[in-house]
Write a new protein. Structure first.
Length: 777
């Protein structure tokens, strides 16, 4: 009884109102009723999901059951006919299945399911179909589409981790997303979130973050009976955090107590442990020489086994990592039958290429009936914040997971769903119904859900498909990830890539069809200009600028590597570098403008990863210009490059962890002022440094101190923004007004770095400060 595409435009339009598309839906016309003619009949206990279902329907069902001309009835299967029961109980994921059917004895619809959550899903579907206005009186007339629906999800668990997911349940659950995985440090689970999840039909799965980071947040770094013994043959790395010794009985006991605390929390049904991201081997006599992930797996599985009997309703799931990848086969083999495994890998699942994600080992595991989940990114790249409406990409990913028999998809959207609403809803769509809508059909349903009407709607759909395709090629190239890891593209020795397990697969990747992607991005930009929509335009411009930069980088790096440059080559190089500057300018202006339109809704500052994405190509231009100058190609805009202002070192932290730098800006800022970036670069040392404040002071001759005339609008603070081995560079924005006559300008920077009690052999903490002027957008 699926709608035959293109046969009934009205039925199609009604079906477009429902996200995700129900598996079987037939709409046989509609009837008009006043709100006071429609009644609600509840034939089941008022448990939390049913209360939410009633909340969705009660706004437009104002009649009593006796007086109503049209009844909407909620009932669990127990009271229904054998025919309905057999059909629903025969479906995959039947605990979430529901039907909407004509009532047998009077005008109305029966919403029936095997569970309260199924009833909530039925109510969500009906409420979306009816689209009752928020302000409604008893006399308001509604057109009720009359559906017959049978519906169930493809994946039993559809959800997210990270970003703002814990505070976004009200929005995500609308689209039938039904799980969030949230950090539970020391085994403490957010009780309020569990209650909200119960009402909205969302499972909350608490997890221990990556095991090698536990000692820092759990305050265990001094507990010698628990922490791992570092490699005696190597110096400690910068910002060293010890792992846990997995052979220690004390560790076993501690992990066991945390798992027990999670399992004892009312409402918890699944608990999760994340393996270490980089192998953190322990060199104690018990651990030395043993495979570290084997030790982690044994410790967790044994700890769980010891609490399992007391908590038979709780299941354990393990999260693999890029570190465990070489031994994932051993982890799968060691996991007992009842334990689930989720596939995460900082490179292989945080991947937006056109390659499949579930490799044969995992496919076989899932096909054998075992519980397998996956943690893919659903954005451009985990380390960037970049606009990308991606119907084709999400469709491709979800179809693979469903086809290969997975149980769970947990998408990752940085830094919050507000920047990627389309992709989150697309995940909800295709993890529920992978074979239902095409990318174009979903884009249409999404646009309808935002209230868009023709002719804007069709143009938006064409645009979404164009940016979706062009943006996929850009994401596939890994351009921004590669540049954030090493903005100099290897042209400056010592500044480039360091050993960072998160960037193992961050190399620039060759993409096919670059010319076609450029043409598609250009078409998208034209559609956005026609529509006069700032968000469409920003997204198109950023994708186009990224693809142009990708093409330019190929030609520029080839020319820079040519042994002898003739006049013609120097001219081409100069022109290509000018065009690269223009791309960098587009990204630097359009990305923050787009981000600010979203951030301003919540009053938050721009996410630091967005600023990194917006600024990184400027750094690449710096590095390539420097090489070009040495090859005889002059730089027409030296003020646009980072110029040194000063440095900090351990000496600045002699009196405490906070340090204050006052750096002269003579000759670096024109008297008329302008827009600038202040650059921060980590210099290898034992401690990273947070940036707490960046301001500009004007000091009149003979004046003590000075007046603050400018301050950065960007997010700063301890452990919020800074430089370290993990974040080797940062740039913050600042707008400097005209210099008061006769005054001198200083950069006033507050830092938070090396603690006063740092051990004698680890007393280093260093970085460099620089400034660049930036072009007007
Ligand atoms: Zn050990």
């Amino acid at each position: 009884m699926t709608i035959a595409k293109g046969t009934d435009p009205q039925a199609q339009q009604w079906a477009n109102r429902v996200i995700p598309l129900p598996k079987e839906i037939e709409i046989s016309g509609s009837q008009r009723y006043r709100a006071d003619q429609i009644g609600l009949s509840i034939r089941t206990a008022l448990v939390p999901p049913v209360r939410t279902a009633i909340g969705l329907l009660s706004g437009f069902t104002l009649a009593t059951e006796e007086d109503a001309s049209f009844i909407i009835r909620l009932a669990l299967l127990d009271d229904e006919t054998a025919e309905v029961r057999d059909r629903l109980l025969g479906l995959p994921n039947r605990e979430q299945a529901y039907a909407i059917l004509p009532l047998a004895e009077r005008e109305g619809r029966l919403l029936v399911a095997a569970s309260p959550v199924g009833l909530l899903y039925a109510a969500r579907t009906l409420a979306q179909l009816v689209q009752a206005p928020a302000a409604l009186t008893p006399e308001t007339e509604l057109e009720l589409p009359l559906p017959k629906i049978l519906d169930w999800p493809d994946l039993s668990e559809r959800g997210q981790w990270g970003g703002n997911v814990a505070s976004d349940l009200a929005w995500t659950s609308q689209w039938k997303l039904n799980v969030v995985e949230v950090s539970a440090e020391l085994g403490v689970v957010d009780q309020q979130l569990l209650s909200q999840g119960a009402e909205l039909g969302v499972k909350v799965v608490p997890y221990f973050p990556h095991l090698e980071t536990v000692s820092r947040y759990a305050g265990l770094m001094e507990r010698s009976e628990l922490i791992s013994t570092p490699d005696p043959a190597r110096p400690l790395p910068s910002d060293y955090t010890p792992g846990l010794c997995m052979s220690s009985p004390a560790t076993q006991k501690l992990v066991q107590s945390w798992l027990a605390r999670m399992a004892e929390t009312a409402g918890v049904t699944d608990i999760m442990v994340w393996f270490s991201e980089s192998a953190a081997p322990c060199f104690c006599p018990k651990c030395i020489g043993k495979e570290p992930y084997g030790l982690e797996a044994a410790c967790i599985v044994n700890a769980f086994a010891s609490i399992e009997e007391a908590h038979p309703h709780v299941r354990l799931r393990l999260l693999t990592t890029q570190g465990s990848y070489p031994v994932n086969d051993k982890i799968l083999a060691a996991a007992p039958e009842s334990v689930g495994v989720t596939y995460y890998d900082g490179g292989r699942t945080y991947d937006s290429s056109r390659q499949p994600m579930i490799y044969p080992l995992l496919e076989e595991y899932a096909r054998s009936g075992r519980w397998l989940g996956v943690y893919p990114q659903i954005t451009h790249a985990w380390r960037t914040v970049f606009p990308w409406t991606a119907p084709q990409f999400i469709h491709y990913r979800a179809q693979e997971f469903v086809q290969k028999g997975l149980s769970c998809m947990i998408g990752y959207a940085v830094p919050s769903n507000r920047f990627h609403e389309f992709n989150v809803m697309a995940e909800a769509e295709w993890t529920w119904n992978a074979q239902g809508r095409s990318p174009e059909e979903f884009a249409r349903a999404y646009a309808s859900s935002t209230g868009m009407t023709e002719p804007d709607l069709s143009r938006w759909v064409r645009w979404a498909l164009a940016v979706g395709e062009a943006g996929w090629t850009l994401a596939e190239s890994r351009l921004f990830l590669a540049l954030i890891n090493d903005p100099t593209l290897g042209f400056q020795k010592g500044k480039g890539r360091k050993a960072d397990h998160r960037f193992e697969t961050a190399d620039l990747t060759d993409v096919g069809e670059l010319q076609q992607a450029l043409a598609t991005a250009q078409q998208a930009l034209e559609l956005a200009q026609e529509a006069g929509n700032a968000d469409m335009r920003a997204e198109s411009e950023c994708i186009l600028a990224g693809l142009q930069a990708l093409e330019l980088l190929h030609s520029i790096t080839a020319l820079l590597k040519t042994p002898a440059l003739d006049v013609e080559s120097r001219q081409s190089l100069s022109a290509a570098l000018d065009r690269l500057d223009a791309c960098a300018c587009t990204l630097r202006t359009r990305l923050p403008e787009w981000g600010e339109r979203i951030s301003s809704q919540t009053g938050e500052k721009l996410p630091t990863r967005l600023l990194d994405t917006a600024g990184v190509l400027l750094r690449t231009c710096d590095a390539l210009r420097q090489v070009a100058v040495s090859r005889g190609v002059p730089d027409p805009q030296p003020a646009w490059r980072l110029r040194p202002v000063g440095r900090w070192s351990a000496d600045d932290f002699q009196h405490g962890q906070e340090a204050f730098l006052l750096l002269g800006l003579a000759d670096l800022v024109p008297s008329a002022g302008g827009s600038f970036h202040i650059g921060f670069d980590f210099i290898d040392s034992a401690w990273g440094t947070s940036i707490k404040d960046v301001a500009v002071l004007a000091r009149a001759p003979g004046q003590e101190g000075g007046n603050v005339i400018a301050r950065t609008p960007d997010l700063l603070g301890v452990d919020i923004n800074g430089v370290s081995i993990w974040e080797r560079w940062k740039e913050v924005r600042i707008r400097i007004p005209a210099t008061p006559p006769g005054a001198e300008l200083f950069l006033a920077i507050t830092l938070w770095g090396m603690p006063a009690d740092a051990p004698a052999d680890r007393r280093t903490c260093a970085g460099a400060v620089s400034i660049r002027q930036v072009q007007a957008g």
